[in-house]
Design a protein around this ligand. Sequence first.
Ligand SMILES: [Zn+2]
Length: 373
Amino acid sequence: MRRLLGLAWLWSLALAFPRVGVHEGFTRLVFDLPSAQVVYRLDQEGDLLTLVFSGPKVASLIAEAQDLVVNSPEVASVQVVPEKERVRVLVRLKGAVEVKAQRYPDPDRLVVDLSLKVASLTKAPPPPKTPEAPPKGRPPKPPRPVVLLDPGHGGVDPGMVGYVVEKEVVLDLALRLKRLLEGEGIGVRLTRDRDMHLSPDKRTDLSRRAALADSSQVNLFVSIHVNASPTRTAQGVEVFYFGRSQDPRVLAQVIWENGGGEVGRRLTEEAKTVAERILTDIVAQANQRFSQRLAETLGRRLSQATGSPFRGSFPGDLFVLRYAKVPAVLVEVGFGDHPAEGRRLADPAYREKVAQGLFSGILTFLANGAYAR
Ligand SMILES: [Zn+2]
């Protein structure tokens, strides 16, 4: 529980510039300014809000570029970029958001309140009722992180079949991991909690999983899979984050996880066009860096917990990760067709070690600043 208090503390402190507050119905960004002579320009274009600060001492505001994953109902992320004699702030909004900016003196600051427009509020589904909701009259608890776990495949799609069946192993791992995370006060959602597909059509199935990751109520997305190799001799842990696949071996695996065969190739092509767009989207690049860091942390912790070698983290055009606005990875926990590792994956005691490794990786990532750095 002590760890969770640490997280809440990180969350409330957020960044010094801007300070971020997530409130009932709005997100507030407070920009503390070094003097009354600092001027700002504010532009809103679609889901991107840009603020540019210039004037005396503005260079003292921030030394290097910073990324902040906010993920409130109104704001996905904030990036602060120092430029020559200016500071640029890019705020990625979630849909139709109303912006109110007000300047205050003593001390000089700009307060920007962001709230969902009424029209989009009426369209949005009501927030799910959780048993943890505080009773009326008490101050709300600080927001707790919520992790979305995606046990891959399921139902008509068994995934890889070797010494184990992928859809069975990954569901068991996700349920074990859920218990561990909830024990630490972290919220958990699952894309499936039993042997089922989200659609018999692979494209629809992966899109539904991806849409859950795009929800405003999720801070991290971890899709769990079991690997296979053409020679059945490979073993170890691999973790993927969204991006262009550089290496033909990785591409072959990405096509397989995107459904395999002709479907897999088509969905990989679709994901590729999204991956290419990241090259020109500075906010998506920030989230990609977070995802890469999550991939490295998970891979190392999983390897430490199980003794299975960490083969690395790789960018891949994974359909299920393509629109995630939060740190998102696909982890291959081991090779189910390797004579030793495949048999280990059938053992409940080994699966518990895998779940412990993923748990440790997620906690480390959250504590090291998933929200702020
Ligand atoms: Zn898989």
